[in-house]
Ligand binder design. Structure first.
Ligand SMILES: Nc1ncnc2c1ncn2[C@@H]1O[C@H](COP(=O)(O)OP(=O)(O)O)[C@@H](O)[C@H]1O
Ligand SMILES: [Mg+2]
Length: 324
């Protein structure tokens, strides 16, 4: 069996969708001789090759996200009115904006779920309108509403996503186990998702979007509706994820969320980007640093965190984290 045929039986895209010479390059890169490979059980070999393919995809997808002048109308209303954005690979872009600004519309277009009326966009190096299949191979999406199946257990949800992504049953099972562990769901793995708390469901949602190791991940308001402790928990998981080199577009209405997680922030209003920059650049635009002496009562967020056992961050710590 050729490398290409083996790869395709594992669910990798066909040769024309991906860079050439990937099998040999992957083997070289992992320093594995053919003899060593033959001693590995078949299921593990499949998993290894699949991971090698995915690493190669990451190398290939040197382009993060580019959107140029996107437009989308619903009747008379322009949901996107000349939306342009550039996200460098391996970085997190926070797309901030009030309700109705067009954040979800932009994410749906970039994730190939919606066609723009006009404009161009590419994700991981592929055009979202002309090459949607190649884009879909390389992205993960956590929508505004949880997409987990409540009848299934956490483990079954993850295995289902793996199988839908053409992983073999064994590989899907291994991947599910890994992700359950990583997202702190190992204990609850075999309970139905209907019994999960809001925070656990969001974590499972995040995990399902990572089953196929996407190069670009879209997170549409990932912590809306969560209590403060669960939000902090989800932030920690997103941060760990970014450490692995995934490009993330994160929409949020929470300024502190963007401040905590994003390398770059784009502020959106009425279907357009109205300001862009690093969190510090945007803050500097509003005016020079000011020293203010204020006495203030704890916020209700801090009270909540205190009462539920999570120590509130002091303003000093918060400032330190913001400039991470
Ligand atoms: N399917 C739809 N049909 C009609 N109008 C829509 C539809 N989806 C979104 N809109 C409108 O487009 C605008 C942008 O919506 P959306 O992208 O969901 O904003 P956001 O995610 O920033 O809250 C809103 O005014 C919304 O009412
Ligand atoms: Mg939205």
């Amino acid at each position: 069996m050729s490398w290409a045929a083996l790869g395709q039986s594992l669910g990798a895209p066909k040769q024309r969708d991906r860079p050439r010479g990937i099998g040999a390059a992957a083997v070289r890169r992992h320093g594995l001789s053919i003899v060593a490979l033959l001693r590995i059980p078949y299921g593990d070999l499949c998993y290894l090759l699949r991971m090698a393919y995915e690493e190669e995809w990451w190398g290939h997808s040197s382009a993060g996200i580019t959107a140029r002048n996107l437009r989308k109308r619903y009747g008379d209303h322009a949901a996107l009115d000349g939306f342009s954005l550039q996200v460098r690979p391996g970085t997190v872009c926070g797309l901030l904006g009030p309700n109705g600004a067009g954040k979800t519309t932009a994410v749906r277009i970039l994730a190939t779920l919606l066609r723009p009326d006009d404009g161009q966009a590419s994700v991981a190096g592929w055009d979202v309108v002309r090459q949607p299949r190649q884009v879909r191979y390389r992205i993960g999406l956590v929508g505004q509403n949880a997409s987990v199946d409540e009848v299934l257990t956490g483990r079954q949800n993850l295995e289902l996503f793996g199988r839908l992504g053409h992983l073999t049953a064994r590989v899907a099972r291994t991947r599910a186990g890994e992700l359950l562990e990583r997202f702190g769901l190992a204990e609850a793995a075999d309970r139905s998702a209907a019994q999960y708390s809001g925070g656990m469901r969001r974590r499972l949602d995040l995990a399902t979007s990572l089953v196929l190791a996407p190069a670009v991940l879209f997170l549409d308001e990932p912590t809306t509706g969560l209590d403060p402790a669960a939000r902090i928990d989800v932030w920690a998981h997103i941060r760990a994820l970014v450490g692995t080199g995934t490009t993330v577009l994160l929409t949020t209405q929470y300024l502190d969320e963007a401040d905590q997680l994003a390398d770059q922030i784009a502020v959106m209003d009425a279907g357009q980007i109205v300001a862009e920059g690093t969190p510090d650049e945007l803050k500097a635009r509003v005016g020079p640093d000011r020293v203010e002496t204020v006495t203030r009562k704890p916020t209700l967020d801090e009270v909540f965190l205190h009462l539920t056992g999570h120590a509130p961050t002091t303003p000093h710590q918060a400032a330190g984290e913001a400039t991470r």
